[in-house]
Ligand binder design. Structure first.
Ligand SMILES: O=C(O)CCC(=O)C(=O)O
Ligand SMILES: [Fe+2]
Length: 360
């Protein structure tokens, strides 16, 4: 038998946070303790989370002009909004949440059958860890590439819990339609033709990540998920019912907690949307914090262009006043760059930035 390939990446020992919580509930290993400036101080934002825009998809689907403009300003001013009346069956939201929790509650040996290999982002474990010196997040993740087939790793689709994979498939189809609809109305809000984005992105790549944050005895010292922007065009986030508030977004240099609206999705603009709109819409840095007594689940869908697509700022967003801020590149390369670097604010977008004020 050929020897197993040795990964060139040494990530050191990564404690499973659910196991830590179970067997050593008051221990926080050093690798989880953040440097002082990174610790989640109380989010003393002047902006309240109720200011984060709420978009009513049913109004968009009726062509309601005010709602389309509301969506436009949500993208421009916030880069984050919640969507209500999205039309996705509530029992599907419950099912996916139930399956995710069943998965996380499986014995560690069962989950480890789908272990994320060091330096990769699919499977069970902690993504974005590339060195043994890197700080760890207080989070267990389970991530899968869903569309197209070429990004799927069938070995990582779990056999337990029953119906897990089928539920992910059905859920992903519905969330895909939601993304396609939102992109249409975002284009209309920009005064552009409704298929502009969809035509530019080819067969969109879609991935799902479930993040489980157990309670932590010292939430003041750790982060659930390091600050980052997403590499996607759009991200769709479902928060577990009854989960503690944990998602925070950086607005005017302050961390603003996102108070989930029951049954709504939280949507955010990703780096790719920032690039194609030449910075008109900006991806927003966000992070997750933990809670002393409650756990939290988030189910996150990333919707991005096909890896074959060459992209850059669309001509509609470039003129004398707005010269190109980003170069053209292949999205597959950007994606690779994103998943092979640790989460560090908006650092990965440097890949696309044009350093001087020259044009595309
Ligand atoms: O759990 C959350 O609320 C944040 C998740 C997130 O930002 C991500 O998975 O990219
Ligand atoms: Fe994110």
């Amino acid at each position: 038998m050929a020897p197993a390939p040795i990964s060139p990446i040494n990530v050191g020992h990564i404690d499973d946070v659910q196991e830590l919580r179970k067997f050593k509930p008051n221990t926080i290993p050093q690798r989880f303790i953040r440097d002082i400036q990174e610790r989640p101080t109380q989010a003393t934002a002047l902006i309240s989370s109720s200011d984060i825009p709420t978009i009513d998809l049913s109004k968009l689907l009726k062509g309601n002009r005010d709602e389309i403009l509301h969506l436009y300003s949500a993208c421009e001013e916030w880069g984050f909004f919640q969507v209500i009346n999205h039309g996705i069956a509530l029992n599907l939201l419950e099912n996916i949440e139930g399956k995710a929790m069943e998965f996380f509650r499986l014995p560690l040996e069962e989950k480890q059958k789908y272990q994320m290999a060091p330096g990769t982002v699919q499977g069970y474990g902690q993504a974005f860890v590339f060195s043994e010196h890197q700080k760890l997040d207080w989070c267990n993740m389970f991530a899968l590439g869903v569309i197209p087939d070429s990004i799927r790793n069938n070995l990582l689709w779990p056999k337990k819990p029953t119906n897990f994979s089928n539920t992910v498939e059905i859920y992903s189809k519905e969330v895909r339609k939601l993304c396609q609809n939102l992109l249409k109305y975002i284009a209309l809000g920009l005064g552009l033709k409704k298929d502009l984005f969809e035509e530019a992105f080819g067969v969109a790549v879609q991935a799902i990540r479930m993040n489980y944050y157990p309670p932590c005895s010292r939430p003041d010292l750790v982060l659930g998920l390091s600050p980052h922007s997403d590499g996607s065009v759009l991200t769709v986030l479902q928060q577990g019912k009854g989960s503690s508030v944990g998602l925070q977004i950086l607005k005017d240099d302050k961390w603003v907690p996102v108070q989930p609206i029951p049954d709504a999705f939280v949507i955010n603009i990703g780096d790719t949307m920032e690039v194609v709109t030449n910075g008109r819409f900006k991806s927003v840095e966000h992070r997750a914090v933990t809670h002393k007594h409650s756990d939290r689940l988030s189910i996150v869908t990333f919707y991005a262009p096909s890896y074959d697509i060459e992209l850059g700022p669309m001509p509609e967003f470039v003129d004398k006043k707005n010269p190109c801020k980003y170069r053209r590149y292949n999205h597959g390369e950007y994606s690779k760059h994103y998943v092979t670097n640790k989460l560090q604010g908006k650092r990965t977008l440097e890949f696309a930035k044009i350093p001087t004020k020259n044009s595309c």
